[in-house]
Design a binder for this molecule. Structure first.
Ligand code: PEP
Ligand code: MG
Length: 749
């Protein structure tokens, strides 16, 4: 029979118009499959659309195969010939489909009647939309003309099908229950080197969502007195949490549970629950209806600060219900649970950790993202992943997360459980090991090396002392700013910095001025919308533009450093000009404090973080103007390679084992030596047991790191001979390929 490809192409474009009319999505897709099958004289035509959330291809329409499978048949990318066409984005054409080992027989679908097979992936730009499949009962039915025609059709249909896909996903999210993970599953995530833990899954809807609170299948108290008891228990618990947070994290947690407490005492919230119970509602229904009302008011608010409170309301509802339960009197906290969330604000992370969450699985993110840095300081293991299957985890499923290697185990088998039990037991550092840490570190050939601590929260000081840090090489001052609802006052900052300086081990404390921007967003400054925040108003740029905030911070630092040695460091300096401008502001502050006769440090050392390629290229000029420099390799790698440090999609490109990074480090180290400028490294590579040798080989002798890394790095440093390290550097600097550098380190692991 004659095939009518040209006419077919015209009909398809007409179909796109028909879609605008009364046709619904399925009606439209049925027309597509019927028309293609008809014009191609095929026995069957089917269209599969990819569901991004489940990462599955779903049969959305078919002509010639069992229509009962529509909406039900789901294939993973790579599964069967259709899945493979999608996964590899290539056309698959078969004379006899069953002879291809990838062919998958689906019972009852009706494909056994067909021989020839043609699958065309539908792509729209870089988006993968789905697959169009044609089949025929004759062997070797499709010729090169058919192929050309089908390619043209697939490309014509792509945009319309992309819209179809979006509409389907909207509908599906509201009506269809996704397949949940019931069996054992391993998901590879990104390691953040923050420990190993086990727990039950707690799925946290994202803060902006309107997922409403529902009751669990447990017995709840039914009387007004039960509600009153639940309310007073909840108030006490939250007050205790607040007190505990103030003791442990006074720098960041002041009034962190204030929304909880205000709501609990609010007539419109708890009072309204009370009223509903009086007029006949059960306490459970009253709690749920008022909590849900507030969730919807807050999540629909235009104000992002209000939206942020949704999680607080959910938390509160959860606690009130737990405390109403007649069976269990669990506190309603996250103890024994691993929180799975799309996204967490730093303040939410603090609250969850305060409520004893065992660990976190977060979507997206990265090892040097600031939420990771904070999680490490809070001592909670966190694994990031861009695998959406984490959203299919069943609530309360047993989980193991290995945040050192980046593994997530869902419903782990016995063997994995045993392995991790051993592992986590072995991870804790023993008192003997702690006692064995030396207070001074020297290389094998006797050169002194200083190991300092990076401090994010004041609570990190405990570890700094425990692991015998010789001082603080980097205090990231931004966390009190990120977690509060407003800029902390000069007095508040003064108290934080004073505590830090007073409690620091050793004689060296380096305070870094505010580094916000990039992935460190202040919720109260969301009006700054940037296309590329990492290239935007970040760190010293923000401070130079907002001099009032800069001066407030500098004055607080200078006052806190009175009578002590004080080092102040500027982040993300891009030129000598930046440094000179920043120094001028310091001078102004010194002048003001002197005039006002306020006690302060009048001779602080001024330092620069070397994090930008532009700073590397004027390193000598910077070193002559600065008292010290510190290399921030987390950012330097990002800006040198042009790879976002918190973007999982390009995480494989983010590496310090790169010839350009090594050469940049050499330029910096040489520049500091030439100008006799104090130099240190405070990026993550300072705690890298392989790269420390390279840094020593480059002549650097001062390193600041997460204090828990100190014992390991101390042992490594003591095994390094500086002459040998210099030779290793010489070898490495000759490499031009990333591969060569990586292979070198693999070999000498
Ligand atoms: C760095 O960039 O290496 C660094 C230490 O700063 P932060 O990680 O805070 O950006
Ligand atoms: Mg940095």
């Amino acid at each position: 029979m004659k095939k009518d490809n040209v006419e077919l192409i015209c009909s398809i474009s007409e179909l796109a118009n028909l879609f605008k009319g009364k046709s619904n999505i399925q009606g439209f897709l049925s027309k597509v499959t019927a028309t293609v099958a008809d014009h191609m004289n095929c026995d069957s035509c089917s269209v599969f659309i990819h569901d991004d959330t489940a990462d599955e291809l779903i049969l959305e329409a078919t002509e010639g195969l069992n229509k009962k499978f529509t909406g039900k048949l789901r294939l993973k990318p790579g599964e069967g010939l259709t899945g493979m066409a999608f996964k590899e984005e290539r056309i698959i054409i078969e004379k006899e489909a069953t002879s291809n080992p990838l062919f998958r027989q689906i019972e009852g679908f009706g494909e056994e009647a067909y021989k020839s097979f043609l699958a065309i992936p539908i792509l729209s730009g870089l988006s993968k939309i789905g697959v169009l499949v044609l089949e025929h009962s004759e062997q070797d039915f499709f010729n090169s003309n058919d192929l050309m025609a089908m390619k043209a059709i697939a490309s014509q249909l792509a945009t319309t099908l992309e819209n179809v896909k979006l509409l389907i996903s909207v509908n599906e999210n509201t009506v269809i229950e996704k397949d949940k993970i019931t069996g054992t599953l391993h998901i590879k995530g990104i390691s953040t080197d923050s420990g190993i833990t086990t727990g039950k899954a707690f799925l946290m809807g994202d803060s902006q969502s309107t997922v409403f609170l529902t009751a669990e299948e447990i017995d709840y108290g039914k009387k007004l007195e039960d509600f009153e008891l639940s309310l007073s228990r909840t108030v006490h618990q939250v007050e205790d949490l607040q007190k505990q947070m103030e003791m442990e994290h006074s720098d960041v947690a002041s009034m962190i549970f204030s929304t909880h407490l205000l709501m609990l005492n609010d007539f419109n919230f708890s009072g309204e629950m009370h009223n509903q119970i009086i007029v006949g509602s059960s306490p459970v229904d009253a709690i749920i209806s008022i909590v849900n009302k507030y969730i919807s008011i807050f999540s629909e608010s235009e104000n992002p600060r209000m939206q942020e409170k949704v999680q607080d309301i959910k938390d509160l509802g959860h606690r009130l219900l737990r405390n109403l339960s007649t069976e269990v009197h669990e506190e309603g906290n996250y103890s024994g649970q691993i929180v799975v969330a799309r996204e967490l604000l730093p303040s939410e992370l603090i609250k969850i950790t305060a409520q004893e969450a065992e660990g976190l699985i977060l979507f997206g993110g990265g090892a040097t993202a600031h939420i990771t840095i904070l999680a490490k300081s809070l001592g909670v293991p966190v694994v990031f992943t861009d695998d959406r299957r984490i959203f299919d985890i069943v609530e309360n499923s047993p989980l193991i997360i290995d945040a050192n290697e980046g593994h997530i185990f869902i419903n782990p088998d016995k063997g994995t459980e045993r392995k991790y039990k051993r592992h986590s037991a072995g991870l804790k550092i023993s008192p003997e090991e702690i006692a064995g840490i030396r207070s001074r570190t020297r290389t094998k050939d006797g050169q002194a090396v200083k190991l300092l601590a990076n401090i994010n929260l004041l609570s990190d000081l405990k570890n700094a002392a425990l692991f015998k840090a010789e001082g603080v090489g980097l205090y990231r001052s931004e966390f009190p700013f990120i977690i509060r609802n407003n800029f902390p006052s000069e007095q508040e900052q003064y108290q934080i910095y004073k505590k830090l300086i007073d409690q620091s081990p050793g004689d060296e404390v380096t305070l870094r001025t505010l580094d916000i921007g990039g992935d460190k967003i202040l919720s109260y400054m969301r009006d700054i919308e940037e296309e590329n925040p990492f290239l935007g108003l970040r760190a010293i740029r923000f401070l130079l533009k907002n001099k009032r905030i800069f001066r407030t911070q500098l004055k607080a630092m200078l006052r806190a450093g009175a009578g002590r040695k004080l080092r102040i460091m500027f982040p993300l300096v891009s030129s000598l000009d930046d440094l000179l401008m920043a120094k001028e502001v310091v001078e102004q502050c010194l002048e003001k404090l002197k005039k006002a006769k306020i006690k302060h440090n009048s001779t602080p050392d001024i330092g620069v973080m070397i994090e930008l390629p532009s700073a590397v290229l004027v390193i000598e000029e910077i070193c002559r103007e600065a008292d010290f420099i510190s290399i921030g390799t987390n950012d330097l790698v990002q800006y040198l390679i042009g790879v976002d440090r918190s973007n999982d999609h390009v995480a494989w490109l983010y590496t310090a084992r790169h010839p350009s990074v090594l050469r940049a480090l050499k330029i910096i180290a040489d520049g500091a030596r030439e100008t006799d400028c104090d130099i240190s490294v405070c990026g993550n590579i300072a705690g890298d047991e392989q790269l420390i040798k390279i840094l020593i080989g480059l002549g650097i002798r001062k390193f600041s790191m997460n204090p828990v890394r100190i014992p390991l790095i101390q042992n490594v440093v003591e095994s390094i001979d500086t002459g040998e390290a210099e030779k290793t550097v010489e070898t490495l600097l000759k490499f031009g390929l990333v591969k060569e550098v990586k292979e070198y380190f693999e070999k000498y692991k």
